[in-house]
Design a protein around this ligand. Structure first.
Ligand code: NIG
Ligand code: FE
Length: 426
């Protein structure tokens, strides 16, 4: 077997090995950390993982790159299971409005917010969106993210949504970060359908979903199910239509007010329900019973200056498997860094370092539909690895506001070194 790369002298090797399913709090008590560990990657996949002594079992050629982790911490590449990276233009002007007390919904209802981004994104060419997207993906990669779920949702007409999903396909082809695409045609009602919402819902169901599915452009179908956006009934119709075309349901659920989104997620058998800031206990219970994962996005509470965060500890106690994600977008969560989300999850959601690591690796991979290939360092899985400038996972939760990544390995190739993206190798 030809060895691509060896990582040795790992102080804390966090493999995330465990049962092949989204992990609940009970699973997380058997958290696997190997001290004095080593990793071997061959053919882009993990070939060996264990104590340094495993290296004796491999025939390592003289020219095989060997990385000394210097006693640092090594984890799987991070998986960001909820992002919106196809947009044009930022929305920093909303900060002044937020400081004056305008809410996210106030800004949207006045034609700003998502609608502002839709105007700019419709006006951008595919090439412009790809160039922007590459910049975002580079920042994600530099911060340790090797796989993302990514949504359309700033086109909101057939042409614009197909353009956004095509941009994601092109980014996936040309950039080392793996992208799992989600169709979010029902993000808001676009201006030209104001007062005519049912016609827009019909457009999503009868034209957009069939075409997106026919072109094989998405794995999931998502809806912004929220008061003042799409109702439970409209969301149900859209998600069931998507399911008929093989798109697995996902929801933006109960972000701003209690709305029954968690219950709907359970009813339609969604892969995930995301946000869940205001969900009822009955809704969470129904999700657990139906096997729906929760994806928490504490960057939005922080950035929208909301008084509350999702009740993660209660959800974990109820047996809900959780992923954590950035929700990267120009409005409610303008950050490409999962590291700040890890800090928030620890300091604000009160999740343990083990729970946070689970949520940004193996559970993120399950939430994005890639639990079989990403999210843990186990034989046969992708050689996606982060070498941290940190001695242990507690350090990642505690030291905040700076990039703690030293190296990132994607499918056995070093793509970030000293925190810098080596673009030419990508
Ligand atoms: O997940 N809530 C809806 N969608 C995004 C925000 C998008 C935007 O503000 O541009 C979210 O928070
Ligand atoms: Fe979102």
């Amino acid at each position: 077997m030809r060895v691509d790369l060896v990582v040795k002298n790992i102080g804390q090797l966090v493999t995330m090995a465990g049962p092949p399913r989204p992990r609940t709090r009970k699973d997380i008590t058997e958290f696997s950390i190997i001290e004095s560990g080593a990793l071997v990657i061959s053919g882009g996949r993990i070939a060996g993982v264990g104590k340094d002594s495993i290296l004796r079992d491999f025939e390592i050629q003289g020219d095989t790159p060997i990385i000394d982790a210097g006693g640092g911490c090594v984890t799987p590449g991070l998986v960001d299971a909820h992002t919106h990276p196809v947009f044009y233009g930022w929305r920093e002007k909303e900060l002044a409005l937020k400081l004056k007390g305008y809410s996210y919904m106030d800004i949207l209802q006045e034609g700003g917010g998502i609608l502002n981004t839709v105007r700019k994104t419709r006006g951008a060419t595919e090439d412009e969106l790809v160039v922007q997207g590459q910049k975002f993906l580079n920042r994600m990669l530099a911060h340790g993210t090797t796989t993302i779920e990514a949504k359309s949702g700033y086109g909101l007409n057939l042409e614009g949504e197909l353009k956004s999903l095509t941009v994601l396909k092109e980014l996936d082809r040309t950039h080392p970060v793996d992208i799992i695409p989600t169709f979010l045609g029902a993000h808001v009602v676009p201006e030209e359908y104001k007062g005519n919402k049912q016609d827009f819902v019909d457009l999503v169901i009868n034209e957009m979903i069939p075409e997106v599915a026919a072109q094989g452009l998405a794995d999931f179908c998502d809806v912004f199910c929220e008061e003042g956006v799409f109702t439970i009934e409209e969301s149900r119709d859209i998600l069931l239509a998507g399911r008929k075309y093989g798109l697995r349901p996902k929801l933006h659920a109960d972000e701003l007010v209690p709305f029954g989104g968690a219950e709907l997620a359970a009813e339609v058998g969604a892969a995930t329900a995301d946000h869940l800031l205001c969900s009822s206990d009955a809704g969470i219970k129904a999700m657990v019973a139906r096997g729906v994962m929760g994806v928490l996005l504490p960057g939005t509470s922080f950035s929208l200056m909301l008084p509350h965060f999702a009740p993660a500890v209660k959800m974990l106690e109820m047996g809900l498997p959780l992923a954590l994600a950035t929700d990267f977008n120009p409005g409610s969560s303008p950050t490409e860094s999962l590291q700040i989300i890890m800090n928030l999850a620890s300091l604000k959601l009160k999740m343990t370092p083990e729970e946070v690591m689970t949520a940004v690796t193996i559970n993120g991979a399950y939430a994005a539909g890639r639990g079989d290939s990403a999210g843990s360092l186990e034989q046969g899985k992708l050689g996606d690895v982060v070498i941290w400038d940190a001695p242990n996972i507690e350090f990642l939760m505690y030291h905040y506001g700076v990039n703690l990544v030293d190296k990132v390995i994607k499918k056995g190739v070093v793509v970030v070194d000293g925190g810098r993206v080596l673009y030419e190798t990508c």
